[in-house]
Ligand binder design. Structure first.
Ligand SMILES: [Zn+2]
Length: 305
């Protein structure tokens, strides 16, 4: 029969591609990369007036410079929906993180601000979760583009103490909100982009980290990107070590992620940093959502895959 055999093989191929279990195993989240709007450094006062003007905000307290206010921005029903908390600029020279984090938060508030191919993700996320954003943890560092606080303290290394205003403020709010996911945004003096994934349940976290990085390589279109399992659960002096030991509103501890854009060429441009940061938060939120809903991470209290 002319052509008969070929048709059979084609059909078999098609069938095997459509076999549901096969598709489920190979499911990978991917989407066209978004490029956040151009941004430039403002003074803290300029940024502050934008926060006051554009957001539903809370004044969380005064920073250790004894004059700058730290703000928390709110979206959604934080009493009844799981909270995703985004934070940025605990290291002041990494001020770019504030801008991509705010752009992400803007897209949650108004998905029309997101690029069309990813708009539906924001529409879904804002229905399922409430969001809380601390855009600048270290206002003095932001103002002066320097890593440390006014007292020369690396605020991301003193979470075991209660004597630094910025850290106390963040710890207090996380303890109250009990978020399911915290994404803390940084840049790092490296040619690679990195995502550190922390939380309890080792197999789950490894699986999640591998999934996120596989997707991010597709989304970013390069391989200069790595994830690492945060070995910080015991190191409560480090921000994410303390955070990943906290209870979330589900029966799990917080799923804690650090997003670090590369500062070195060829990935160190303002645009590249923002692209990485924004898309990494989105990718992380989508995988976390998938895992939460399957009961793999959080939700049901199961710690096994
Ligand atoms: Zn940092």
């Amino acid at each position: 029969m002319p052509g008969g055999n070929g048709a059979y093989i084609r059909n078999r191929r098609r069938n095997s591609l459509q076999y549901p279990a096969e598709r489920k195993r190979s499911a990978m989240i991917t989407f066209p990369q978004s490029t956040p709007h151009p941004y430039k450094k403002q003074t803290y006062k300029e940024l502050e007036s934008r926060l006051l003007r554009e957001y539903d905000y809370e004044k969380l307290g005064t920073a250790s410079d004894e004059k700058s206010c730290i703000y928390g921005l709110k979206y959604g029903d934080m009493e009844n929906k799981p909270v995703i908390l985004l934070s940025a600029c605990i290291h002041g020279e990494e001020w770019e993180s504030t801008y991509w984090t705010l752009h992400f938060f803007d897209c949650v508030i108004d998905p029309e601000k997101a690029e069309p191919p990813v708009r539906h993700f924001f529409e879904t996320l804002r229905i399922r979760y409430s969001f809380y954003c601390i855009p600048v943890i270290n206002p003095f560092g932001f103002e002066h583009s320097r890593r440390l606080s006014k007292d020369e303290v690396d605020l991301n290394r003193v979470y075991h103490k209660d004597k630094y205003a910025e850290v106390e403020i963040v710890k207090k709010r996380i303890a109250e909100l009990k978020p399911v996911l915290v994404a803390d945004n940084h840049t790092a003096e490296m040619p690679k982009e990195t995502i550190g994934v922390g939380g309890l349940g080792n197999k789950n976290i490894v699986f999640l980290g591998e999934s996120i990085i596989k997707s991010m390589k597709f989304i970013r279109g390069h391989n200069q990107i790595e994830w690492y399992r945060e070995p910080v659960q015991e190191n409560v002096n480090i921000g994410r070590g303390w955070i990943s030991g906290q209870p979330s509103k589900s029966s799990h501890s917080v799923f804690s992620v650090i997003v670090e854009a590369a500062r070195e060429a060829p990935l160190g441009s303002l645009q590249s940093k923002a692209e990485f940061g924004f898309n990494a938060i989105l990718c992380t939120c989508l995988y976390a959502d998938l895992y939460f809903r399957r009961g793999i991470l959080g939700g049901t209290g199961k710690q096994v895959l």
